[in-house]
Design a protein around this ligand. Structure first.
Ligand SMILES: CC(C)(COP(=O)(O)OP(=O)(O)OC[C@H]1O[C@@H](n2cnc3c(N)ncnc32)[C@H](O)[C@@H]1OP(=O)(O)O)[C@@H](O)C(=O)NCCC(=O)NCCS
Length: 196
């Protein structure tokens, strides 16, 4: 069976599946692309070995993170990656991060759907309570897609990131399960998403 046929979660636009070794070259390509890294903390070049090491540590089974590949459901093409990190089951919190590396897919709803599927897993299966995310203030697309998924601004770290010759604030956004539930009901019914 082709790995692309492995389906962990399916939406109307995307499939989320576990990482696979053949993802490494595209991940490396994206993580060196300044159009992508402009929105991330990454600054240094990423070698194949760096990416392979990242893959090897993040593809091992563990309960303190969930990292998935985002695949375009129609073309079966790998378009990005999304995950939950530092899962704390005592407090019920985790941090989330997302990259759609193929910029032709930006702003078309793929990120929103992938994040919705990840939040459904976090809240309805892992019994988490609150997820948070860190966004550089000029990343309006990321702020917009987070808001669509129910995240709200919780704090700002002043002049936290030095990017493109200037300091920029970091916005910390969070979403509580109680606030997300209605957003999910509406989103899943409008987009005819049925998980189970
Ligand atoms: C951030 C990211 C994951 C969002 O995924 P996406 O598929 O592009 O987002 P969506 O299309 O689902 O939602 C984006 C929303 O922002 C809006 N948007 C797009 N460009 C925008 C812009 N320049 N300013 C403000 N809003 C914008 C879109 O219209 C959309 O809202 P709408 O559906 O109500 O119209 C993706 O763009 C990405 O990976 N970018 C590069 C890396 C990155 O920024 N990662 C996140 C780091 S915190």
């Amino acid at each position: 069976m082709k790995n692309q046929e492995i389906i962990f979660r399916k939406g109307s636009k995307v499939i989320l599946r576990p990482l696979q070794e053949s993802d490494i070259p595209l991940f490396q390509k994206w993580m060196n692309n300044p159009k992508v890294t402009h929105f991330l903390a990454n600054v240094f070049p990423i070698t194949f070995i760096d990416e392979k090491n990242w893959y090897e540590s993040n593809s091992k089974s563990t309960k303190d993170r969930v990292i998935l590949a985002i695949v375009d459901r129609k073309t079966k093409k790998l378009i990005g990656t999304m995950g939950m990190h530092n899962i704390d089951y005592i407090s019920g919190v985790a941090t989330t991060g997302s990259v759609i590396g193929d910029e032709r897919y930006w702003g078309k709803g793929y990120g929103t759907e992938a994040k919705m599927l990840l939040l459904e897993l976090a809240f309805n299966e892992l019994n988490l309570r609150k997820l948070y995310s860190e966004v550089i203030v000029y990343n309006e697309r990321s702020l917009a897609f987070s808001n669509k998924c129910g995240y709200k601004e919780e704090a700002r770290l002043k002049d936290h990131h030095y990017k493109s010759g200037q300091y920029h604030d970091q916005v910390i956004l969070s979403v509580f399960r109680s606030d997300w539930q209605d957003v999910w009901e509406k989103y899943s019914s409008e987009n005819k998403i049925k998980i189970r």
